[in-house]
Each structure stands twice: as structure tokens, then as C-alpha cells.
Design a protein around this ligand. Structure first.
Ligand code: G4P
Length: 529
């Protein structure tokens, strides 16, 4: 039997970050096919909320149900145990999406070659950068007309501020896509090879095709040689250390839909992506191969069946070995319990998990005991993993109970749903009116439906639109008279003061006028630490 250390070394846990429609689902499907975790393409499909009317609760339920099973997928390839964590996009983009990135050891960034870096990719990238995890880039849809590859590289550097090392380079694109010139494996991989044996063509020591082939006759081949020469001379050097530190992203070109370049990508990814790394706790670093079981909860999701109130807590194992029925302590409360109801996530099914180790994600049934960021530890000593960062919501609504006689269920519902972490709660000063903040609009709709369905509380929502939230380092410098509709002063659920600015302009204006007040964005503070 493999030792714990060997098993940890074989784990790769990552999330795909991309903008909707860049090809995340298609890519996931191809990776699962390689791993033999699914048999047919199409299994992961159908989870796109974008295709549903967002106000249709049944559809949301259905979607959420499916997304529980497809939010963590495991497959095996070449001796590796790979965990892919889904980062919901479309309307279900939420704080959960960000928090999922806290539970992975690396990220795969998919870029649509015709569109370049898009808004959601940029937001998710910032979270990965903050954590300093390695990011592998797959530039997708080369079978279509795309932006010139050099322009795409420049965009990576300018928009995201990360240096890149192209592992391969396209030869043409769209209708004239011949394949990729693989700098790393020293070969050309043909897009349309007549026979499987001809898929890879070798290069000679000068870096040119070593065999006679009609690709050589194309001016696109000459262009690729010129551009790769340029990359050799003026591009970044390959550095495993810089990839590991998240400073350099290896870039791969391909087409997920036609399954081109995906396997080449996967094999190189597995070679350079990190296995689970040591994590910080309040008692120092915890080695993933240490025997003591530990980990943290990064997401809580309500059961898809509203008749059952239980929830599933997504738990990232950070050390040791999980065994069903084992005793653990919840560090926050000091209470012990047995982990007997657990589930592992597979692509097309949920199954009971009996054993899992560092790097794996398990689902724990929760009857309301857990909170996001909770640490569970097996045995002694107990410790707490670092707090998960708070992410600034972008959309806000005022919320109140429709029936003033039903305040109790209203408060209970809000408290529990806020604990799940998809929405944040703020209160106005003195009047203590409730304001909810979320990263994505769908969270509000889910909130309204669940308040009614699970807490029998009808709510009135008054949209406030998007706001720029900033916390305050030196609260003593803030006077209440600074609060107005353009810079509304509220308290978060921990009692901290927060300004909600009407827009970026109002924020800058405020800062110019009130230089003594030190504002911060929660993620910027994380970065500075
Ligand atoms: P997402 O999860 O990132 O949102 O993207 P998804 O994989 O669903 O892909 C979005 C669309 O882009 C899909 O087309 C998909 O077939 C297409 N696509 C993905 N990879 C490639 C590629 O390499 N080349 C080309 N040409 N297209 C690609 P759709 O028409 O929106 O969806 P569907 O009707 O095929 O389901």
C-alpha cells in the first residue's frame, strides 16, 4: 500500500478559472474523459444557469442540485489523483466561486482566443494571484479565427500583470489551423492528422520539422518559426520555480471542443502542478503528509431537496487521512463529533466516501453546526487554519419582512443564510435596517425563495444597485456626518464600519476630500499581509 506521503504527492487539486463561454465545461469534460471518470461527453453539460430563466425556482433548485455533484470531480490519470473544483460562472457567480479558490493548489485559466482576457477571468485571477498559487493557461478555440497569439500574450502581461512562457505555439488558426509547434516536447502536433501515428512530427536540432511534410510549404509554418525564434530571443525563460510561485504562467494553445492539445496540456500540467502544500494554522505550518487529520470548510450548500433542511459542507482535507466514522473536533467550539455521513463527489454520481486524504474534497452532512472557514481536526492538539478572506460584494439590496409580525422567522432565516456565506449582511447605523450584499444577482433570488420556502418569511427587497464597498482601517477617524447617499456608512455583521460608495468616482472623490481616512478592500489587505 502506498504511504501517506506517496499518496499526497500523487494528488493534484485545481479549479478552472474562466469567463462564461470560454470553454470551461468542454475542457472539464475532456479531462474527465481522459481520466475515464465519464464515458460520454455531455455528462457535465446542462448545468448552465444562463440557459434557464433565473426566476424559475425549480430550475434554480435543479441547477443547484446538479452543481452539487459536478462542483467537485475526481479522476485518475497516469498514477495521479486529480480533483477538479468547479467555479460557478454565469448568474450563479458568487462569493463561493472566490472561496473555492482557497481550497485548490493550482488554477487552470481558460481564455477564449478570439476574446482575450475577459472580466470574470480577471476577477478570479486576482484571487489566485493573492494566494500565489501556480496558474496554467489554456488558450482555447484555435479552430476558429482568433486574435494573433503575440497579442494574446501581451494581454496576459498587460491586463493581468503575469509573465508567460508559451509551451507551444499555434501554426495558423481557424480554417487554416495546422496544429501546434510544441516547444516543450520538441515536436509538432497536427490538428488534422490522417493517421494517429502521424499526429506528432519530430523536430530537428535546429527546431525545424525533421520530416518532409506539406505543413512546411505553408507560409504559416514560416511565421510560426519566426515567432518562436522571437520568443527564444526576447521571451521569458522557462522556470519551474517561478511557475510554482505563480509569477510565470505556462501557456498552451488548443481547442477543447475538438479535443486538440488537451492531452498534451494535461500531461505537462500534471508534471509541473504542485501536490498539496503545507498550510498555515495558528500553531504554525501543517504538513499535508502529517498523520493528524485536519482541514477546513470552504463552502456550505443547502440540500437540493427543500424538504430536508440539512446542508452539505465542502471540506478540504489539508493533512492526514479521512476515515468514515472517525472522531473530530470543531476547533471553534471545541466540540467533538463523529464524521459518519460523508460523501465524495464524482462526475455523474454522489457516493459515500470511506477514505480520502490531503488534497481531496469531501462533503460532510451538516445540520447547522458548521460555518464557512471552520477547521476540523482529528485528535490532539487542535488548531485553526487561517481565516478565509472576505470578498467585497458588488450588488446591494435593502431587505425587510413583509409582515412585521413575523420578525422572528425573518431574523432566523437571514442569520442562517448569511452563515452559509453566499450573501453578506450589513446594517445601517442607528436605524439598523438590513442591507444585503452579494457578488452575483442570483444570490438575491435564491435568498427570496429560500426565505419563503424554508423560513416561511416573505421579504421586501429594494434594489440599491451596484456599490463599491470599502472597510476602514482607522475607524476612530470617521464621523457619521460623512454618511450620505453617495457614501453610505453601514456596519458589517462583525460590527465593522463599511462605506458603500455609489461608484469608483464617488470613492476617489471621497478619498481626495478625506485623506485622513484609510480605506481598504478586504482582498488588498490580504495581499499586503
Ligand atoms: P463555459 O463552461 O466556459 O461557459 O463554456 P462551454 O464549455 O460551455 O463552451 C461554450 C461554447 O463554446 C459552447 O458552444 C462550446 O461548444 C464552445 N466551445 C468550447 N470549446 C471550443 C473550441 O475549442 N472550439 C470551438 N469552436 N468552440 C468551443 P455553444 O454553442 O454555446 O454551446 P453548445 O450548444 O455547444 O452546448
Amino acid at each position: 500500500m502506498a504511504s501517506l506521503k506517496e499518496e499526497v504527492l500523487s494528488r493534484r487539486t485545481f479549479a478552472i478559472i474562466s469567463h462564461p463561454d470560454a470553454g470551461k465545461t468542454t475542457m472539464t469534460e475532456k479531462l474527465l474523459l481522459f481520466g475515464g471518470a465519464i464515458r460520454d461527453a455531455g455528462t457535465v453539460k446542462g448545468k448552465k444557469t444562463g440557459k434557464f430563466a433565473t426566476s424559475d425556482w425549480m430550475e434554480i433548485e435543479k441547477q443547484r442540485g446538479i452543481s452539487v455533484t459536478s462542483s467537485v470531480m475526481q479522476f485518475h490519470y497516469d498514477g495521479y489523483h486529480v480533483n477538479i473544483l468547479d467555479t460557478p460562472g454565469h448568474e450563479d457567480f458568487s462569493e463561493d466561486t472566490y472561496r473555492t479558490l482557497m481550497a485548490v493548489d493550482s488554477a487552470v485559466m481558460i481564455v477564449d482566443a478570439a476574446k482575450g482576457i475577459e472580466a470574470q477571468t480577471k476577477k478570479l485571477f486576482q484571487v489566485c494571484k493573492m494566494r500565489g498559487i501556480p496558474i496554467f493557461t489554456f488558450i482555447n478555440k484555435l479552430d476558429r479565427q482568433a486574435k494573433p497569439p503575440l497579442e494574446l500574450l501581451a494581454e496576459l502581461e498587460e491586463v493581468l500583470g503575469i509573465e508567460s512562457y508559451p509551451m507551444n505555439w499555434p501554426i495558423g488558426m481557424g480554417k487554416e489551423f495546422f496544429g501546434i509547434y510544441d516547444r516543450f516536447n520538441k515536436r509538432v502536433e497536427q490538428f488534422r492528422a490522417d493517421k494517429e501515428e502521424d499526429r506528432f512530427l519530430p523536430l530537428n536540432e535546429k527546431g525545424e520539422l525533421a520530416v518532409d511534410h506539406e505543413i512546411k510549404k505553408s507560409s504559416l509554418y514560416d511565421q510560426t518559426l519566426e515567432e518562436t525564434m522571437l520568443l527564444e530571443e526576447a521571451g521569458n525563460e522557462f522556470s519551474e520555480e517561478r511557475i510554482a510561485a505563480g509569477e510565470l504562467t505556462p501557456v498552451f494553445f488548443g481547442s477543447a471542443l475538438t479535443n486538440f492539445g488537451v492531452q498534451t496540456f494535461l500531461e505537462t500540467y500534471l508534471q509541473f502542478a504542485p501536490s498539496p502544500q503545507a498550510r498555515q494554522s495558528d500553531q504554525g505550518e501543517v504538513d499535508p503528509a502529517s498523520e493528524q487529520f485536519s482541514g477546513f470548510i470552504f463552502k456550505i450548500q443547502a440540500n437540493m431537496n427543500p424538504a430536508h433542511r440539512d446542508r452539505i459542507a465542502f471540506f478540504r482535507i489539508c493533512s492526514g487521512r479521512f476515515e468514515r466514522g472517525m472522531s473530530v473536533t470543531l476547533t471553534r467550539t471545541g466540540k467533538s463529533s463523529k464524521l459518519s455521513q460523508s460523501t465524495q463527489f464524482l462526475a455523474d454520481d454522489r457516493s459515500t466516501v470511506n477514505e480520502a486524504i490531503s488534497g481531496d474534497i469531501i462533503g460532510l452532512y451538516d445540520t447547522g453546526n458548521y460555518q464557512i472557514g471552520d477547521t476540523l481536526v482529528g485528535g490532539k492538539p487542535s488548531f485553526q487554519y487561517e481565516k478565509l478572506p472576505q470578498f467585497a460584494p458588488e450588488l446591494f439590496v435593502k431587505v425587510s419582512a413583509k409582515n412585521v409580525m413575523k420578525q422572528k422567522s425573518f431574523h432566523k432565516g437571514i442569520e442562517q443564510l448569511v452563515q452559509e456565506g453566499a450573501i453578506q449582511l450589513y446594517k445601517t447605523l442607528h436605524t439598523e435596517n438590513y442591507i444585503l450584499g452579494a457578488v452575483g444577482q442570483l444570490q438575491f433570488e435564491v435568498f427570496v425563495h429560500r426565505m419563503k420556502g424554508e423560513y416561511n418569511s416573505e421579504v421586501v427587497m429594494e434594489p440599491m444597485g451596484s456599490k463599491v464597498a470599502r472597510w476602514i482601517e482607522n475607524e476612530e477617524a470617521v464621523k457619521e456626518s460623512l454618511s450620505n447617499s453617495r457614501s453610505l456608512l453601514v456596519k458589517d455583521r462583525h460590527g465593522k464600519l463599511v462605506f458603500l460608495f455609489e461608484n469608483e468616482f464617488a470613492l476617489r472623490w471621497f478619498q481626495d476630500k478625506n485623506e485622513q481616512i484609510k480605506l481598504y478592500h478586504p482582498m488588498e489587505q490580504e495581499e499586503a499581509r
